[in-house]
Design a binder for this molecule. Structure first.
Ligand SMILES: NC(=O)C1=CN([C@@H]2O[C@H](COP(=O)(O)OP(=O)(O)OC[C@H]3O[C@@H](n4cnc5c(N)ncnc54)[C@H](O)[C@@H]3O)[C@@H](O)[C@H]2O)C=CC1
Ligand SMILES: O=C(OP(=O)(O)O)[C@H](O)COP(=O)(O)O
Length: 342
């Protein structure tokens, strides 16, 4: 059985999810929706994706630009089993009301949407089973995904009593030119907690999590300083052992010359993955400190990529293509060149 997927919103996240789906043997991209006949639309078509436009009035514009189009988004919605809605925040909720519900069409939403838009807020290694058979699933934001993964791993190892996470958020994505700051550090939001704590609790439902966030003038990655109080005494080595056994964790070392997010991105370029995407939480191994019941560490999150494998797993869970979370995670990871611990 091959699940037919439509990608609505072919931007930073949508184009990466389309690529990841194209690497699976149990689902396929039936089409992607584009509004503007730009280079992204041209590449999508050249790379073999069927392109659909947002309305009849767009057809002539694409034709003029020489970009082959299969039809309008309405045509695509008629021939898919699920839509990955990666439109800008808030539009997914509108689309659910106006398109997906009337058509009885399943959909995946991204982290910019409110939790209530979906039946389940999702991170594969925590609540894959909860998403089995669900019609609407929301993959939480890049920061929230990174926080949930690490706190769940620490909880499995040492039982988290209290988690405090300080986030330095990238201001915007690398291609953006209209957003800032370019010379300021912005408490974002000023009120505490930031949305990430409550959002993480939509997945890790009973954990005490507080998050504080600032926005900084960088585009490449987020950085998290993590402090966790645990019930079971831990050493740094114990923490490293647990993280080495957890999927979607990559431990790097400053001793190898990786001193900043810039170093991590350079490492990723050398790794040679498509678009230099880092799907894992990137943890500085030498930052991991444990003092009996307290653990500290730094991790970096590639905001353009970490939610991508989660979207693939979400589709597998919704359509019950695989009931065992770890089997789905392994399958997705293998297809994207991510090492899964044995
Ligand atoms: N960029 C990031 O770091 C991350 C974003 N997210 C979430 O993913 C979702 C998408 O974000 P991005 O990919 O960053 O946005 P984006 O702005 O890069 O891409 C959105 C795409 O949707 C298109 N679009 C706009 N209105 C549309 C409509 N009505 N119908 C069809 N297409 C439309 C835009 O032209 C653009 O190509 C948001 O919910 C966001 O919060 C989640 C994780 C990380
Ligand atoms: O939605 C995102 O990017 P955005 O800042 O472009 O809205 C990222 O997922 C980061 O968002 P977060 O800091 O709310 O996790």
């Amino acid at each position: 059985m091959s699940i037919r997927v439509g990608v609505n919103g072919y931007g930073t996240i949508g184009k990466r999810v389309a690529y990841a789906i194209s690497k699976q043997d149990d689902m396929k991209v039936s089409g992607v929706i584009k509004h503007t006949p730009d280079f992204e639309a041209r590449f999508a078509a050249e790379r073999g994706f069927d392109v659909y436009v947002t309305g009849e009035d767009r057809l002539s514009k694409f034709e003029k630009a020489g970009i082959k189009v299969k039809g309008t988004k309405e045509d695509l919605f008629g021939k898919v089993d699920v839509v990955v809605d990666a439109t800008p925040e808030g539009i997914g909720e509108e689309n659910k009301k106006n398109i997906y519900e009337p058509r009885k069409l399943s959909a995946i939403f991204e982290g910019g949407e409110e939790p209530y838009v979906a039946d389940t807020s999702f991170v594969a290694q925590v609540n894959y089973v909860e998403a089995l058979g669900k019609k609407y699933v929301r993959c939480v934001s890049c920061n929230t995904t990174g926080i949930v993964r690490i706190l769940n791993a620490l909880d499995n190892g040492f039982k988290v009593k209290k988690a405090r996470v300080f986030l330095a958020r990238r201001a915007t994505d690398p291609h953006e030119i209209k957003k800032g700051p370019i010379n300021a550090i912005v408490p974002d939001p000023v009120s505490i907690p930031s949305h990430h704590g409550p959002d993480a609790q939509t997945v890790l439902k009973n954990m005490d999590i507080t998050t504080l966030a600032i926005k900084v003038p960088t585009t490449i990655m987020h950085l998290h300083a993590i402090n966790v109080e645990v019930a079971k005494s831990a050493t740094a080595k114990d923490v490293i052992d647990i993280l080495n056994q957890t999927p979607r964790m990559m431990l790097l070392h400053s001793g190898e010359g990786i001193h900043s997010t810039a170093g991590i991105i350079e490492y990723a370029r050398e790794l040679g993955r498509y678009r230099y995407d880092l799907y894992e939480n990137i943890i500085w191994e030498d930052s991991i400190s444990a003092n009996k019941n307290e653990i500290y560490l730094y991790q970096a999150i590639h905001q353009e990529a970490d939610v991508v494998p989660e979207n693939v797993d979400a589709i597998r869970a919704m359509f019950q293509l695989e009931k065992d979370p770890i089997k789905s995670i392994r399958k997705t990871d293998k297809s994207l060149g991510i090492k899964t611990p044995s």
